[in-house]
Design a protein around this ligand. Structure first.
Ligand code: HEC
Length: 156
């Protein structure tokens, strides 16, 4: 037996089997922005996922597929907006995560292009299953806008 390896496994197991609140300390991508754990509301997803991970590419006028995921632009370009790649799908279809193109891109099942974030898992990590589950939950709950109207941006 190799006691060291055994205890190392136990430590890793303990670190991974929490209720999700330990993700920040584990250095997972979802911990990079904002305070607290990721929750199924738009502002939390913006702070934990879109801003720290996606806006490296999805920002400004030249954002891929016109999808600017920066704060103030993201909601209005996602919810009830058809995908450019597969226009028969909405990027986010409120109440219907399986038919939301955003989820297909994150899970790598989209018919067109790469899994997001682009290059994962080679050049950067893919989103972990827990993170995608939270985004699914936000969509299943109706894809509500951020509580603060100004954060939604875009107006009318
Ligand atoms: C390294 C650059 C890069 C990063 C980081 C990145 N993307 Fe993309 N994204 C692209 C490119 C390029 C395309 C178009 C080609 C493709 O789909 O593979 C794209 C396409 C998309 C599309 C399809 C849009 C449409 O209208 O069809 C979605 C949705 C998307 N990305 C979401 C995300 C999300 C969410 C993240 C963060 C988790 C992310 N991307 C991170 C480069 C990136």
């Amino acid at each position: 037996m190799r006691p060291f390896l055994v205890s190392l496994c136990l430590v890793l197991l303990a670190a991974c089997s929490g209720n999700g609140q330990g993700l920040d300390e584990n250095g997972r991508p979802i911990g990079e922005g904002g305070g607290g754990a990721l929750s199924a509301d738009f502002q939390s997803i913006q702070d934990h996922v879109f801003t720290p991970i996606c806006t490296e590419c999805h920002a400004g006028a030249s954002a891929p597929q016109g999808l600017d995921l920066t704060q103030g632009h993201s909601y209005g370009l996602l919810v009830n907006v058809p995908s450019n790649e597969v226009p028969s799908f909405l990027r986010v279809a409120p109440g219907d995560p399986n038919n939301s193109y955003l989820i297909q891109k994150l899970e790598g099942t989209a018919a067109v292009g790469q899994q997001m974030p682009e290059g994962c898992p080679v050049t950067r990590p893919c989103l972990d299953a827990e993170t995608i589950a939270v985004i699914r939950q936000w969509i299943a709950n109706g894809a509500e806008p951020p509580a603060s109207a100004s954060a939604a941006g875009g107006g009318s």
